[in-house]
Design a protein around this ligand. Structure first.
Ligand SMILES: [Zn+2]
Length: 382
């Protein structure tokens, strides 16, 4: 009996000791990892600060402003050609160009303006933000609120990040409830993507204002003003793209409507097949709730880059493709993002931290793969 008793006591003590050692080593590994993340982040921050100071500060410069003037001139010329020409293919081409460059005005300018770094003056940033978004029928002030207060702070967090709101059409996160029709989503998603911007224009702002339990919506100081502003800004595309050509310049109303609608479609496709690669590819992390932990590491795991170190693509996309750099340094003009991306890549590489970065077509394939996996109900991506 005594031997059996001593045997039991010894086994229990060993089990407790093993468990304690295991817990301690897990905590130690966790702490060590956090120390590595923090060190890498501090090194990156220091190098980026020096690089920005060397290159003239965090704000947009004349090159950025000149680019926006060129893009705006392209929009004006192409929409005029689309309205006025009788050559069908030329009208179609001009319509597509109008949509793409309307979106580029937002991606290159309004996004930086929302972060307060397009111009020095906050009035100029707000003016650019509202007017460029208004051409697409989107309330820029509301967009800024959801982008900064919700998306940047709670990237890929279920029903807090407005970019992954649960819906019955697409399952974009493993945290979303599974429905049987999602198994076809990889096939029908490209058709839904055609109307991504008309949906934002006609539905999303109102839907978010009506769903007041969204955390970022609760920060709106005056709801009456917000509704009034959203409603008035929706009228602007109708005035610019229907009233002006049909009533003032006497162009055909149906043609004007076609130019308006198909420019929105081309802008939608351009938007989805570029910007959606930033957070919706295989490997990005999604969370049911705010995960805590090291902030730099969370950004590293929630954002993806495509051609993030390419001067051309970063110039063209206003840095939206150098997305990790933007999420780590949101208060810096996109003109610095190639340099910042290179610093991030070097520092992460030096300690073996993997990053989600790929070429454009690899990103498109990865987005499709994610749609397919989520459509099959896979939820092991969290
Ligand atoms: Zn941003």
């Amino acid at each position: 009996m005594l031997i059996f008793y001593l045997f039991c006591v010894t086994m229990i003590c060993r089990a407790i000791e093993n468990n304690y050692t295991e817990m301690n080593s897990k905590e130690l590994i966790h702490d060590n990892k956090n120390i590595v993340y923090q060190r890498v982040w501090e090194k990156i921050r220091l190098r980026v600060k020096t690089s920005i100071m060397k290159n003239g500060g965090k704000l947009g410069n004349l090159n950025v402003h000149f680019k926006l003037i060129c893009f705006f001139s392209i929009v004006c010329s192409s929409v005029w050609i689309a309205w006025s020409t009788n050559i069908f293919w030329l009208s179609c081409l001009a319509t597509i160009i109008t949509g793409v460059f309307l979106l580029l005005l937002v991606i290159n300018g309004a996004h930086d303006a929302s972060h307060g770094v397009l111009f020095r003056s906050s009035w100029a940033n707000t003016f650019y933000l509202i007017s460029s978004f208004a051409l697409l029928g989107i309330d820029g002030i509301l967009w800024k609120l959801r982008h900064i207060q919700a998306h940047h702070r709670n990237t890929n967090v279920h029903n807090v990040d407005p970019d992954i709101m649960e819906n019955i059409f697409l399952r974009l996160s493993p945290t979303h409830q599974y429905r049987s029709h999602f198994r076809w989503q990889a096939i029908y998603a490209p058709f839904l993507y055609l109307i991504a911007l008309p949906h934002t224009f006609l539905v999303q702002d109102f839907e978010h204002l009506a769903l007041r339990n969204l955390p970022y919506i609760k920060k709106i100081p005056n709801f009456k003003v917000a509704w009034l502003r959203a409603l008035s800004l929706k009228l602007i595309p109708f005035v610019v793209f229907l009233f002006v050509p049909a009533i003032i310049f006497q162009f055909d109303l149906i043609k004007s409507f076609a130019v308006f609608f198909f420019s929105q479609v081309s802008a939608s496709l351009f938007f989805v097949w570029t910007v959606s690669l930033n957070h919706f590819v295989v490997g990005t992390e999604f969370h049911k709730q705010e995960p805590g932990g090291n902030w730099f590491n969370r950004q590293r795991l929630a954002s993806a880059d495509w051609n993030g170190d390419s001067y051309f693509y970063v110039w063209w996309m206003g840095g939206a493709n150098a997305h990790l750099a933007h999420h780590l340094f949101p208060g810096v003009s996109h003109r610095h993002l190639v340099q910042i991306s290179k610093i991030i890549y070097e520092e992460c590489d030096s300690v073996g931290l993997s990053l989600l970065k790929f070429r454009f077509w690899e990103g498109v394939q990865s987005h499709y793969k994610l749609l397919n996996e989520l459509g099959k109900g896979k939820s092991n991506l969290i």
